[in-house]
Design a binder for this molecule. Structure first.
Ligand SMILES: Cc1cc2nc3c(=O)[nH]c(=O)nc-3n(C[C@H](O)[C@H](O)[C@H](O)COP(=O)(O)O)c2cc1C
Length: 179
């Protein structure tokens, strides 16, 4: 059975991309995959400065790297920061992307504005150029307007996003199993 790692990369305690990833995790319990979840909020990573080997970045980096190597595929929860990925996420990629080489990945992205959806292209570009990862083209994306304003920050995900998550889980899982 294939291993899939869900990686939440936002440090916001009320992260919406994390919430979408949690929904994806729940839905993936019904597919034939080993699913694990890691949250960068639980990992203390120093800034990447080119040191080598990876163990020089400490035990959290080693632990994260082991999880990344274990996986056959990934889904990243991505916060759109300045029309791109966050610095925290980029730093994690700088340190730990070796284990992602040639493997497929999907994206669940949260942004403020609806026009920021093209920020996911930065992540697709970074990983495909750096380690020849395979970007899955169907992305889950939600902007501020897709969340109920009256609830907690990460509650009240509105249509059509839940349906898109269902479609994503089904099609991405099938894709992973076939390759
Ligand atoms: C530093 C910073 C930069 C941001 N830049 C953008 C942006 O360029 N475009 C946008 O639509 N939203 C932007 N936002 C809003 C976030 O994308 C939004 O709050 C999203 O929910 C973050 O994901 P998260 O909830 O998983 O942390 C920015 C937020 C922060 C804190």
């Amino acid at each position: 059975m294939k291993n899939i790692l869900l990686v939440s990369t936002s440090l916001n305690p009320g992260s919406r991309s994390r919430k979408m990833l949690k929904i994806i995790e729940e839905k993936m319990q019904n597919v034939d995959l080993n699913v694990d979840f890691v949250d960068l909020i639980d990992y203390e990573l120093p800034f990447c400065d080119g040191r080598h080997p990876l163990s020089e970045y400490g035990e959290h980096a080693v632990k994260l790297d082991e999880k990344i190597k274990w996986a056959d595929a990934y889904v990243f929860g991505m916060a759109v920061y300045c029309y791109s990925i966050s610095g925290v996420f980029k730093n994690m990629i700088d340190i730990c992307c070796g284990g992602m080489a040639n493997k497929p990945f999907g994206i669940a992205a949260a942004s403020g504005g609806t026009m920021s959806y093209m920020a996911v292209e930065d992540l697709q570009k970074i990983l495909s150029f750096e380690v020849r990862s395979i970007a899955y083209p169907r992305v889950v994306f939600a902007a501020n307007e897709h969340w109920d304003k009256d609830g907690k920050r990460d509650e009240g995900l509105m249509d059509p996003i839940p349906e898109r998550i269902d479609e994503f889980v089904e099609s991405f899982s099938n894709f992973i199993k076939k390759i």
